[in-house]
Ligand binder design. Sequence first.
Ligand code: PLP
Length: 285
Amino acid sequence: MDQIAYVNGSFVPLSEAKVSVLDRGFLFADGIYEVAAVLDGKLIDNASHLARLERSVGEIALALPETIARIEEIQKELVKRNALINGMVYLEVTRGADKSRDFAFPKGVKPTLIMFTSVKNIVDAPSAKTGIDVITLPDIRWVRRDIKSVALLAQVLAKQAAAEAGAAEAWMIEDGKVTEGGSSSAFILTRDDVIVTRQNGSEILPGCTRKAVVKLAEEHQLRVEERAFSIDEALAAKEAFITSATVFVQAVVRIDGKKIADGKPGPMTNRLRQIYVDFAKATAT
Ligand code: PLP
């Protein structure tokens, strides 16, 4: 059965879901996206994703074509129409299709809103047991990484380099410090059991999973420091992990081919993963 996608007010088979070649998302990457996980047919931490969507579109003066409440209804309708149990809902809003290809915002053009779903078993992903490799490379992105823009070319190149090296993620480095992963937030656990992740700012995307994990860790009386860390510090760490909507909490066991500790997912990462899965199941909508 063909999957169902949503395009500008209609639910259509994915194979027929199309936007114009003049769409500014396509021509200028003039758009914002969000990805929310689905577990047991329910959305995970979706209010946080929709709040970030509102913030991102606000930062680029893009008016959403639907209310946040309606967007949530569409997400849920799409999950239902696709009988999605475990996976994710992708949504993207762009400044729409305009005839002139002017760089400046066109007037009177309705933004494009699309959504589709995909299947992924996040909780039972094999990589959660084995851990993943990451590589490091320079962070060549623009300076407003706090906006969840669809301009992802730097991350496409970074993740391709990772794939060619047999790694699952790339950690990007700026001024000697890790900013974040190509599509995830980066964490380490220091020798004295402090969970460290970079503070929010324009250098990184404010990850929804990062935010939830920091809060949950603090609620469990775990020590958290939000500050930048270097690769040397990560290599000397007890544990390293990433977070994102589509992996939850995922152990990193090697960086540039060098093992972190014994090269296996550590107890703190496994614990935080379980804490996050419990939170996700308890708060799913
Ligand atoms: N950082 C970047 C650059 C990302 O692209 C993502 C997710 O796509 C994240 C962090 C993790 O964010 P979230 O936890 O909201 O999925």
